[in-house]
Write a protein of this length. Structure first.
Length: 239
């Protein structure tokens, strides 16, 4: 009889724990599912441990585990809220991408810092269908562990603008972020993209820095600006 009681208790705890997990996952959104940074990955592992113990270990008090689980979720939510408002905190919590290749050159010093080997690089290039490293212009290792690659222009797929030779540029650069969340990223300013150049660009567009959510120099050297006020009366919602 005792074994049967434990069986039903375990089933009931599992159902409740799984239901709580589904509610929390829907509330937190896609960030946890993607494991895009360090604390998302840590949270995913910890949530799995909590749910397993809540569901199967009947020796542990369910409500004590539930309280600890909800406390963890609250801590995560607070850190997510703070990091969304602070670029410095976001850098420490989420980490930063690492440039592995620049202008076709392998940056071995950057690779050593993150303990990333040539075998790792070649493997991830092959997974993207790149078997010749000479095709790569830029390679960036994202915080998620995935490798983002920009091929040299002569190896890129043909698009409409390539039909017109005047649009083809021989020199491409890695995008340079100048403004994020209304704050200038001072370390990224250098010639020809100086503070004075940016001020001139903003004056021409009749914009102020506090109104800009994101400004970046794209790979073709043009300035992309996105405002806090999108001006969309009915934005598309895919949820």
């Amino acid at each position: 009889m005792r074994i049967l009681d434990h069986l039903w208790i375990s089933i009931l705890r599992t159902i409740v724990s799984y239901s709580i997990l589904m509610i929390v996952t829907l509330w937190l959104g896609k960030q946890v599912n993607g494991n895009r940074n360090y604390y998302n990955f840590a949270l995913s592992i910890t949530i799995g441990s909590f749910i397993a113990n809540m569901g199967f270990d009947y020796k542990l008090n369910f409500f004590t585990m539930l309280a600890a689980f909800l406390s963890l979720i609250c801590i995560y939510f607070i850190f997510s809220l703070l990091s969304s408002r602070s670029r410095i905190l976001r850098k420490w919590l989420s980490g930063r991408p690492s440039i592995i290749m620049e202008q076709g050159k392998i940056l071995d010093s950057n690779m050593k810092k993150i303990r990333y080997t040539l075998d790792d690089l070649n493997q991830q290039l092959r997974q993207q269908g790149i078997f010749d490293i000479a095709e790569v212009e830029y390679a960036v290792l994202e915080v998620s562990g995935k490798l983002s690659v920009l091929k040299k222009e002569r190896y890129q797929p043909l698009v409409k603008k390539d039909v017109f030779p005047a649009n083809i540029q021989s020199n491409r650069i890695l995008p340079i972020e100048l403004i994020m969340d209304g704050v200038a990223i001072d370390k990224n300013f250098h010639e020809p993209f100086s503070n004075q150049w940016l001020d001139q660009q903003l004056k021409q567009r009749k914009l102020q820095m506090k109104d800009i959510q994101y400004a970046v120099i794209s790979s073709n050297g043009s300035l992309f600006v996105d405002l806090f006020a999108d001006g969309l009366t009915s934005p598309t919602d895919m949820e």
